[in-house]
Design a protein around this ligand. Sequence first.
Ligand SMILES: C=CC1=C(C)c2cc3[nH]c(cc4nc(cc5[nH]c(cc1n2)c(C)c5CCC(=O)O)C(CCC(=O)O)=C4C)c(C)c3C=C
Ligand SMILES: [Fe+2]
Ligand SMILES: [Fe+2]
Length: 343
Amino acid sequence: MDIATKPAHAPAEHPPVALGKVGVLLINLGTPEALTTGAVRKYLAEFLSDRRVVDYPALVWQPVLRGIILNTRPAKTKKAYAEIWDQETGESPLRRYTREQAEKLAARMPEGVHVDWAMRYGVPGTAETLDRMQAAGCDRILLVPLYPQYSATTTGTACDAAYAWAMKKPWMPAFRTMPAFHDDDGLIEALADTCRRHTDETTERVILSFHGLPERYFKQGDPYHCHCQKTARLMREKLGWTTEFAPLAFQSKFGPETWLGPSTEDLVEEAAKEGLKNIAVITPGFVSDCIETLEEVGLGLAETFEEHGGESLKAIPCLNSSDAFIDLLERLCLRELQGWVAS
Ligand SMILES: C=CC1=C(C)c2cc3[nH]c(cc4nc(cc5[nH]c(cc1n2)c(C)c5CCC(=O)O)C(CCC(=O)O)=C4C)c(C)c3C=C
Ligand SMILES: [Fe+2]
Ligand SMILES: [Fe+2]
């Protein structure tokens, strides 16, 4: 709702202003707008043109992206989305869970705090959502990129999009940004609880699988690798699990560079070749189920495991819009909103 009003005592030509509200903006990665190859191409073009994600010089990268990748990958990716598209709501799972998280968080925030959600790539876009929040009177906004572990390729670029929007505004709101929450005890407990509920005495190994990154980014100072290691260590400590029982791995390799390792796919194959029959994979870097967890792990790696002699690979669900995750979001947001809302 637009609450713009003309300030009292202002001259007649003074523009209307909307002020006085605090906003919380949840931002996730992005997703195609529809289940079509064209929508997937549009989303991938925006995503893979982000220099925080692929940092090659545009002169070298854009011809490869536009000439090869965007002509081959969208059809394959669309097929993968078709396997996991949410039939109930007609959205991608990532979009559905992000929306539900915002709706549930809104019900927990103090009166007058405006909660909204956006995607870094695709729709609803970050700029259009910030426009709406500003029109609703938000002059202080907490940005909450939905990634427990910081990476320039995810958290960094989500904030970039907000700052880029602000650069064009004559009067930008005050921003705060949610710090990484990879070692927050509430996150670790919620993940441990999910692990307990989805494993039993027949589970022979649980792979802690995080989205990968080019190793070069880590060497350049991106702390993501260290954050993943810490989340994994704290989960093992909480669960009393060894590194052998719960090894860390990285999935979703893209392109020819060396990525962080070991690769989840290699560990799944090795587990089957060792003769293990029942394993599980948890993805603690994703707060919402998406193509990477449901299709790549839940379908693709489950098949790989069986092909090499395993029987069952269980993909443990992400926290999604569970009470445990909303409790965590509520606590983190109230902590970061101190001084902006009455505590
Ligand atoms: C160089 C390429 C990529 C980097 C770096 C990267 C980092 C990164 N990504 C996520 C989370 C997600 N990625 C998702 C999809 C996805 N990621 C890449 C490439 C890189 N990601 C591609 C090409 C795709 C598209 C899918 C495909 O074509 O196979 C998603 C899923 C979105 C959805 O709608 O389901 C998420 C989530 C993290 C956390 C991360 C770095 C830490
Ligand atoms: Fe990715
Ligand atoms: Fe993938």
